[in-house]
Structure formats: structure tokens, C-alpha cells
Design a protein around this ligand. Structure first.
Ligand SMILES: Nc1ncnc2c1ncn2[C@@H]1O[C@H](COP(=O)(O)OP(=O)(O)O)[C@@H](O)[C@H]1O
Ligand SMILES: [Mg+2]
Length: 348
């Protein structure tokens, strides 16, 4: 098959995506596909036809480690030569020619449904969720509303607009410390703060508003952290996440060795069933397709609070979905292949 592995882009998770993209491209080439890793925003020079480019796309791309810092997106913007809007040079041309586009983008415009909507209009086949599910899942406040209306347990939360009296609103609504402050459409724990004091709360609100005009403030749920992938409508075994220090922030997510991940998670059969049921319910509630990964906090009394859904979960060497797939005997390459085959059966 001719496949574009689309990655990079202009989101703060750009570097994570470049690593996912290279890993996926390597796996697909190894399995005999003709796969081109392409940076959505930067595009690529093409001195041959797409047909010729795919014919030559049999070499693995280099897999780079994820830099510890979030990338300087202004510098990325400045360094581009050609392209239209978010689409770098030749991206649309290559995607149109491909049998399928493997969406290796994370965060921002790769994950929020805008690229998916553009591809629908252009008749380009892609992996994962469509535009609507992607858009709703990208916004943690909209996600919460969908969860509440479908009876899915989620932390109590409030959406705040820039300039509001954040502390006053939380008081009035009975939301008290400790709390979690996060941008509505963020990812990778960027801009997420766990706060214990009024001072910390004020600073966190100011910081979170640097990312977006709307933020979410949630009750802090004390418990174990778990995440559960779902592939083709079937939940995978949950993983328990135990950061060696602190909480599951950007560094602990992407620097190898910072976090202990136990898969399958050492939880009771009842707890596992509750997490799998909630994962499937969340998948349906948000109208997701193909695959996804839901994040949970499991309380001591066995109740899983769903924090959010990730519609394009990481596929880096330290990512969670590949570990969950391995626990059911599925290799990384088979997982990529399955994600692609689900893209050919959408809506069935
Ligand atoms: N309500 C909460 N209670 C406890 N911990 C939370 C809560 N919300 C977020 N966290 C912590 O912050 C991390 C990131 O939050 P999450 O909502 O999953 O956003 P992101 O899209 O950045 O992953 C979680 O993995 C968890 O460690
Ligand atoms: Mg998360």
C-alpha cells in the first residue's frame, strides 16, 4: 500500500508527533508498505511524481528521541519555505495519491478535527476518528458535558473564561482545593497544574490562560492513574502509570525511565471491567472511530473517573497503546496494520 505517515505540524506536541511518525513509518516499511513520513506543516520538496516518490519509499526514516522541552513553534513557522496555510508544500498532492494517510499528528490542528474535515472534503482516506469526534474529544469541557449526559463518571469541573473571577466562581459552585487547572484543548500535560493553595490556584489560572481563552478547573481526584486503549471497538488491557517522582507531567510522559508502567495493570477483575466498560462508553459517547485511549484516575473504592479521551494517542517507543497491544500478543507493526485496516471500514 502507498501510505503517507503525517506528523509534525504546528502543535506543542510537534516533537512527540515526529517520533510517532518515524516509528510508524519504520514499522510500515518493514511490513512491505511504501510509506512516506511527511511533516504536515513543513511539507517536502518533490522533484518527481508522487507515483515515483512512493515507489522509492522503502527505506526507514530516522527515529529521533523526543526533546525534553516543548518546541519553539515561532522558529518552526519562520523556517518554512512554501505551502498553503497549515499544509506544507506537496502534502496535499502526496496525500491525494496515497491509499491512506496514517495520522501520526498529536494535539492542535492534527487532533482537533480540522485536518480530518479537510480530508473528508478532499476525499482523502485517513486513520482514526472523524472530524466531529476529534473536535469534541479535543475540548475537555465539551468532553465532560458528553460524559455527564451519558452517565460516564468524570471529575466535577467548571469552564472558565479569561477575565472571570476564577476563585469566586469556584467558591460559588462548591469546587474547593485541591484542584486541577488545565487548558480546555491542551495535551501532554502542557499547561496542567495540580494546586493545593489559593496562591498556586491564582498562578495556575494565569498560566493556563496563556494557552487558551477557556480553561477547565476540576476537583482533584485522589487515586491511581490508569489509561485504557480501545481498538476497533474492543478495549485493551489497562496500564497503570506510576511516575517515580511527582505527577504525570510532560517530562514524566516522554523521557524514558521516568515513569513505571504496569501492563496489564495490577487491579482487581471488577476494577478492570469498570475501566473497560467506561472506555467503551466514552468511545461511543464521543462518536470516536478506529482507536483511542482514555485516561482515568481510579479511586481507592474502585471507581474510575474518566479524565479525557485521546483520539490520536502517542505511538512512540515509550507510548502506552503499543504496550497494551503487546499484552494481547499484538506487535507494534500489527497494531499499525490494524489501525490502517480500521480506516477502510469506517461507519460499518
Ligand atoms: N481531576 C484530576 N485529578 C487528579 N489528577 C488529574 C486530574 N486531571 C488531570 N490530572 C493529572 O494531570 C494529567 C494530565 O491531565 P489530562 O486531563 O489527562 O490532560 P492531558 O491532555 O494533558 O493529558 C493526568 O494524567 C493526571 O496525572
Ligand atoms: Mg491525558
Amino acid at each position: 500500500m502507498n501510505i503517507v505517515v503525517l506528523c509534525g505540524g504546528l502543535s506543542p506536541e510537534r516533537n512527540v508527533s515526529l517520533t510517532t511518525g518515524a516509528k510508524v513509518q519504520n514499522a510500515l516499511v518493514e511490513r512491505g508498505h511504501h510509506a512516506i513520513m511527511a511533516d504536515l506543516f513543513m511539507g517536502m520538496e518533490l522533484d518527481r511524481t508522487p507515483e515515483e516518490a512512493f515507489a522509492m519509499a522503502t527505506e526507514p526514516a530516522e527515529v529521533a528521541a523526543i526533546a525534553e522541552a516543548v518546541p519553539d513553534l515561532e522558529a518552526v513557522k519562520q523556517s518554512r519555505k512554501g505551502g498553503t496555510g497549515l499544509f506544507g508544500e506537496n502534502i496535499i498532492k502526496l496525500c491525494r495519491y496515497a491509499d491512506v494517510v496514517f495520522m501520526a499528528l498529536h494535539g492542535g490542528d492534527g487532533e482537533n478535527g480540522r485536518i480530518q474535515a479537510a480530508f473528508d472534503i478532499m476525499g482523502i482516506r485517513y486513520t482514526g476518528s472523524g472530524y466531529l469526534g476529534s473536535a469534541v474529544a479535543m475540548n475537555k469541557s465539551m468532553t465532560k458535558q458528553a460524559f455527564l449526559s451519558d452517565g460516564i463518571l468524570t471529575p466535577k469541573g467548571l469552564r472558565l473564561k479569561k477575565g472571570c473571577d476564577a476563585a469566586g466562581i469556584c467558591d460559588a459552585e462548591g469546587l474547593s482545593l485541591p484542584m486541577v487547572v488545565k487548558p480546555c484543548s491542551g495535551g501532554s500535560s502542557i499547561g496542567v497544574f495540580i494546586v493545593n493553595t489559593a496562591d498556586e490556584f491564582r498562578n495556575a489560572v494565569d498560566e493556563a490562560f496563556k494557552y487558551e481563552e477557556e480553561i477547565l478547573v476540576e476537583e482533584y481526584i485522589k487515586g491511581r492513574e490508569l489509561t485504557c486503549g480501545i481498538l476497533g471497538g474492543r478495549p485493551l488491557p489497562p496500564v497503570e502509570i506510576i511516575p517515580k517522582e511527582g505527577w504525570y507531567d510532560y517530562k514524566n510522559k516522554y523521557q524514558p525511565g521516568m515513569t513505571v508502567e504496569l501492563c496489564p495493570a495490577p487491579i482487581t477483575p471488577d476494577e478492570e471491567a469498570a475501566i473497560r466498560d467506561a472506555t467503551l462508553a466514552a468511545f461511543k459517547s464521543l462518536r470516536l472511530e478506529g482507536y483511542a485511549r482514555m485516561d482515568f484516575i481510579l479511586t481507592e473504592d474502585g471507581r474510575p473517573y474518566c479524565l479525557e479521551a485521546n483520539t490520536l494517542p502517542g505511538m512512540t517507543p515509550v507510548s502506552l497503546i503499543p504496550q497494551e497491544a503487546a499484552a494481547v500478543g499484538m506487535s507494534y507493526g500489527e497494531l499499525c496494520e490494524e489501525i490502517i485496516s480500521l480506516a477502510f471500514n469506517k461507519g460499518e
